[in-house]
Design a protein around this ligand. Structure first.
Ligand code: NAD
Length: 274
């Protein structure tokens, strides 16, 4: 299967489907990522916060896959905001991952109460100049956080990684991102496996296509243009989540899923989270 690529405003291309490693135990990470790479995933989404960068690096090294065939994202931890601290933290991430550069470095949360994200972004711009990351982006940013980056810095983020699934469809943020040339990445794309994928509407569509609720939900994201990286430690599900390029949802099915919107978050509201 060929995973489509999405071109970012930095000029880099990101595989639209990747593998997320949030909440994968350190002791399970290397074997799980190795499995994902074996299945064909070439995009890994980790973070300093997840505590498993070293194990992701271990899997990458032993896979023998060429560095330029892989897309690796990590995220600056909330404790590392600031122009210099964010760069020092990236150095540590690179050391743990065993890489010379990452493909994408994200500000994990805006933390408006700290009010350091603009300064952090200036550090990110320097990290690109130093060759430590190819692209830079943000996560959990609302329009007003992005507006500040537009007016106070030089670089428009390549991506905005936000909570996005059929119960939290982020229509306004998606169109804001699109208007500004920012690609939207959907975190918890299958709603962490509960609630969303067993919605009767989704199950009904799944049955028609001889697919699962998880596959239909991921396919919905792909057709909307979202970048996704579902997480699983179960080999059969890692495979299942990859097998979403041999069927298509029609307009009626896409809008039936659209009707499941509830503006219901799993995670915190970025403006209330410090
Ligand atoms: P997800 O929506 O990917 O759901 C993962 C869970 O769903 C698994 O733990 C498992 O219980 C279940 N599951 C997986 N595949 C399944 C299948 N085929 N059938 C049935 N159940 C299945 O949730 P997530 O891990 O929270 O999000 C994915 C990735 O997004 C993370 O690993 C991480 O990389 C990223 N993320 C980022 C942020 C952020 O603040 N930037 C927050 C959360 C997650």
């Amino acid at each position: 299967t060929d995973v489509p690529g999405i071109e970012l405003n930095s000029g880099a291309t990101i595989p639209q489907l990747g593998f997320g490693v949030f909440q994968i135990e350190q002791s399970q990470t290397a074997e799980t990522v190795a499995k994902a790479l074996e299945i064909g995933y070439r995009h890994i989404d980790t973070a300093q916060m997840y505590g498993n960068e070293a194990e992701v690096g271990e899997a990458i090294r032993s896979s023998g896959i060429g560095r330029d065939e892989l897309f690796v994202t990590t995220k600056c931890n909330n404790s590392n905001h600031g122009r210099l601290d964010s760069q020092k933290a990236l150095d540590e991430s690179l050391q743990k991952l065993g890489l010379d550069y990452v493909d994408l470095y994200l500000i994990h949360w805006p933390l408006p109460g700290k009010d350091l994200y603009v300064d952090t972004w200036r550090g990110f711009e320097e990290a690109v100049k130093d060759g430590k990351t190819k692209s830079i982006g943000v996560s959990n940013f609302q329009d007003h956080h992005l507006e500040r980056l537009f007016s106070e810095t030089e670089t428009v983020p390549a991506v905005n990684q936000i909570e996005l699934h059929p119960h939290m469809q982020q229509l306004a943020m998606r169109s804001f991102d699109e208007r500004h040339g920012i690609a939207t990445e959907a975190w918890s794309p299958i709603g962490q496996g509960k609630g969303v994928i067993d919605e009767p509407a989704i199950e009904g569509i799944a049955k028609k296509h001889d697919k699962t609720g998880a596959q239909v939900t991921l396919r919905w994201h792909i057709q909307l243009g979202n970048i996704v990286f579902p997480k699983s430690v179960t080999p059969s599900r890692i495979q299942e989540n990859f097998d979403i390029f041999d069927f298509e949802l029609n307009d009626e099915e896409m809008s039936a899923i659209g009707e499941l919107e509830r503006a219901e978050r799993i995670g915190p509201d970025p403006d209330q989270f410090d």
